[in-house]
Design a binder for this molecule. Structure first.
Ligand SMILES: C[S@@+](CC[C@H](N)C(=O)[O-])C[C@H]1O[C@@H](n2cnc3c(N)ncnc32)[C@H](O)[C@@H]1O
Length: 280
């Protein structure tokens, strides 16, 4: 912990380094959150100069999460969710979305950012169907051995594993694939994998230019951040069946059998892609 005693909300938990920006806090700031420090806000300003649409991406990502979890709970009948790389609690979190459809839905959140751990645990104290695990997702063996995760998987019922804006924080592509593969291998049949991921189309167009510059400028703070091609993101699903509409920009995504929601706020420079897949 640094000698800076408090942030805007008056809380600094043990282990929080306020001198360096945190992915979770910068992202939360894009969503209008209050758990941030000068280092986070500085990086936010740098990002906004290159990608002023970043707050729109964050909101589109949360809307995607809400649509996916609602669809999984309502239409696919999923009652167990693992939200891996959950981030700071915001307006509508996975357990609130799932439990609105089914009060008995169980959720395990996983994150390794000390800010998230502190706030996540506090938020969930009064909800016995929801648990929080502090763990490094790049270590699947340890995560899968965690009691909350292991108990959920051992039930043998379909589980929805949500990895929203998380896998692009693993720098090495082969490692990212291997991490995803190990989690998918542990999921019971009938489970789902839902991913959103930063994308570089690699076509020399406006999005390519923007994210190339963005990656360069934020490297000092987020050295492992990796924008990947649609093909690379698709192959993170391994041999799972990717549901319609496939791996697409969030602006083009819709629930299977549904329609793309109207969202005039989403611009053309959309660098976040998402998809949902099913394990047979
Ligand atoms: C951009 S936030 C996304 C939050 C939320 N999933 C969403 O989409 O709204 C990424 C989150 O992934 C977490 N994360 C990144 N790498 C991680 C790792 N190796 N283990 C656990 N959590 C990680 C960060 O701490 C952060 O909270």
């Amino acid at each position: 912990m640094t000698d800076q005693p408090v942030n805007d909300s008056g809380l600094v938990a043990f282990g929080i380094d306020t001198t360096r920006p945190s992915v979770a806090r910068v992202y939360d700031y894009f969503l209008g959150g209050k758990d941030n420090y000068a280092s986070d806000r500085e990086l936010y300003e740098q990002i906004m100069k290159i990608a002023p649409e970043a707050p729109v991406w964050a909101r589109a990502n949360r809307r995607w999460l809400s649509e996916v979890v609602t669809w999984l709970a309502e239409e696919a009948g999923v009652r167990r969710f693992i939200d891996a790389g959950s981030g700071l609690p915001t307006a509508e979190n996975t357990h609130q979305i799932a439990q609105k459809v089914n009060a008995g839905a169980a959720v395990v959140y996983i994150d390794n950012d000390p800010s998230v751990v502190a706030h996540g645990r506090a938020l969930l104290l009064d909800n016995d169907r929801t648990q929080f695990t502090a763990a490094d997702l790049t270590k699947p063996e340890e995560v899968l051995a965690d009691p909350a995760v292991a108990t959920m998987l051992a039930a043998g019922e379909p589980v929805a594993l949500v990895m929203a804006l998380m896998l692009h924080h693993i720098a090495d592509y082969d490692e990212t694939r291997e991490v995803a593969r190990q989690y998918v291998a542990a999921l019971p049949p009938g489970s789902y994998l839902a991913i959103t991921h930063a994308c570089n189309p690699g076509d020399g167009g406006p999005v390519d230019l923007m994210v190339t510059e963005l990656a360069e400028k934020v490297r000092h703070a987020f050295p492992t951040l990796a924008f990947r091609s649609v093909e690379q993101i698709s192959s993170l699903f391994g041999d799972l069946e990717i549901l319609e509409p496939g791996v697409v920009r969030l602006a083009d995504w819709h629930v299977p059998g549904g329609r793309v929601a109207e969202d005039p706020a989403i611009g053309v420079r959309d660098a976040i892609y998402g998809a949902v897949a099913r394990k047979s």
